[in-house]
Design a protein around this ligand. Structure first.
Ligand SMILES: [Zn+2]
Length: 346
């Protein structure tokens, strides 16, 4: 909560500036939008939870401006010792409670929602700021292991533009976290770019790098279809521990040595690294607002992505809230100029 107060204070103290991107009049960097959005209609779906192996039903509802993404565990409604609001879990970097096999969120009452990253990624890629997600189990269904089913649901529900202005988190200074040969960073950039590199001993994956420049429509074709992946021997080990019970060829790329076991093979030759970008977009959307900056990652995962956000929000000078400027709100100042030069250096 302290961090949230800190975020709010930084806004009220006037650190909210205007974007000053090196782009032509009227042209916006990919995905930049003035107003907050939500869904036009509610929409739902059901599927198997990756870890529980059990059927989970969820419904995504429109939500008002500034509410963000909220999960609600309907199966715990009326449960002993739980007050009504305690079944809600806000999707935010500081509610992340576990990053072992995906990103799990939990509230102060210990109510948790697991495997949120693919839906969060779809919210990010489709530009949805506010939604409430009711579910009747401990984790979101894995569906086909990619974000496409979620994107299709969001598209079917439709997007509704709200009257409240959207806030962005603009990166002002580079923050980075590294650990055991893994590295992630966020640095100033005029748009949202993710640059990911992975390096696996298995040559079927090997070294793959991908740069994703976020923009309207690109997420759906370049990133969303990529599926989660794992090795057969790992899956067997996880199942022996009672995990990944729902994992199958229907919801993950399964590798056995150098072979892809899925009929039909890969959706992209570099599907693995694209999926890492899919996951990172979901994890970074837990910042609570879209990021304007560049994300670089080498061999990282959910744990490091979350550490990066925690480091960012513990470094007040490294970021600020901004809105896309219109008319008189447009202003220039020392910080934007500084960032213009950085952006120009690339
Ligand atoms: Zn994933």
């Amino acid at each position: 909560m302290g961090k949230l107060v800190e975020l709010e204070r930084s806004v009220s103290e006037g650190r909210r500036g205007a974007l000053e991107f090196p782009v032509r009049q009227g042209q916006k960097p990919g995905g930049v939008e003035n107003f907050q959005t939500t869904l036009r209609n509610r929409i739902g779906c059901a599927g198997i939870g990756l870890h529980s192996g059990e059927q989970v039903r969820f419904t995504i509802y429109p939500a008002e401006a500034d509410s963000g993404i909220i999960f609600r565990r309907m199966d715990l409604r009326g449960a002993k010792g739980l007050a009504g609001e305690n079944i809600c879990v806000q999707a935010r970097y500081d509610t992340v409670s576990n990053t072992q096999l995906g990103s799990t969120l939990a509230n102060e009452a210990g109510v948790s929602v697991a495997t949120v990253e693919h839906l969060m990624s779809a919210f990010s890629g489709c530009g949805i700021d506010n939604a409430r997600v009711d579910l009747d189990g401990p984790e979101l269904p894995v569906l086909d292991g990619s974000a496409v089913p979620f994107v299709v649901l969001l598209e079917c529900a439709g997007v509704s533009r709200l009257t409240a202005r959207r806030r962005y988190i603009r990166i002002l200074d580079t923050v980075s976290v590294s650990e055991d040969g893994k590295r992630v960073s966020l640095s100033p950039h005029d748009g949202f770019v993710l640059d990911f590199e992975i390096d696996f001993p298995a040559s079927i994956i090997g070294r793959q790098a991908y740069v994703f420049q976020s923009g309207p429509g690109q997420y759906k074709t370049e990133i969303a279809p990529s599926r989660t992946f794992g090795f057969l021997h790992e899956a067997e080990h996880l199942k022996s521990l009672g995990l990944a019970r729902g994992g199958s060829l229907q919801n993950a790329i399964v590798l056995d040595g150098e072979n892809v076991l899925n009929e039909g093979g890969l959706r992209f030759p570099d599907e693995f690294v694209r999926h890492k970008i899919l996951d990172a977009m979901g994890d970074l959307y837990l910042a609570g607002a879209p990021i304007i900056g560049r994300f670089d990652a080498v061999r990282a995962g959910h744990a490091l992505n979350n550490k990066l956000l925690r480091t960012l929000f513990n470094t007040p000078n490294a970021w600020e809230y901004v809105e896309w400027p219109v008319g008189a709100e447009r202003q220039t100042g020392a910080a934007p100029q500084r960032n213009l030069r950085r952006a120009a250096r690339g």
